[in-house]
Write a protein that binds this ligand. Structure first.
Ligand SMILES: Cc1cc2nc3c(=O)[nH]c(=O)nc-3n(C[C@H](O)[C@H](O)[C@H](O)COP(=O)(O)O)c2cc1C
Length: 135
């Protein structure tokens, strides 16, 4: 069955450890129930999230996310059908922004929002190849 893979970037509003824990706790239980998996790359200046799974479930969750006031400037970067998941083992993996991704200056300049689909997918692909305990 074809899967929808969707990636957006946004700017955190009120980012702190407690907020992130709450987001991930809720995300993991709701995603698991909808057979949605993915990865949330986060830092106090950016969220970059991949959602993947049955199209209806991904779209419904994304609609909720767009309306969430814990972030602003949600910019959709990728929306396409895929046959394989990148983060099939994770209801929502979380990772910090790493040095090979984007500097604060690049994020501030808007480089992530203007990144090509291939560039964005390359970041997630590279991350998916790095080991991490499923959560
Ligand atoms: C950056 C960010 C990422 C989020 N990721 C997810 C997610 O993967 N799955 C999810 O269900 N909710 C996620 N949420 C939370 C949703 O916006 C929403 O609060 C949640 O789905 C609860 O919906 P409810 O009001 O129906 O309970 C995220 C929120 C933010 C700010």
């Amino acid at each position: 069955m074809p899967l929808l893979q969707l990636v957006y970037a946004s700017r955190p509003f009120g980012f702190d450890a407690g907020t992130l824990i709450n987001i991930l706790f809720k995300a993991r239980s709701k995603n698991a129930a909808a057979d949605v998996t993915g990865c949330l790359i986060c830092r106090d200046d950016i969220y970059l999230q991949m959602l993947e799974g049955p199209a209806e479930g991904v779209a419904r969750i994304y609609e909720k996310i767009i309306q969430d006031d814990r972030h602003v400037e949600v910019t959709e970067l990728v929306r396409h059908e895929v046959t394989d998941r990148m983060f099939g083992k994770w209801a929502m993996r979380d990772d910090p922004v790493q040095s090979w991704m984007w500097t604060r200056e690049e994020v501030d300049r808007g480089d992530v929002s203007r990144a090509s689909k291939d560039d964005v997918l390359r970041v997630f692909n590279k991350l998916a190849a790095q080991p991490s305990e499923p959560t």
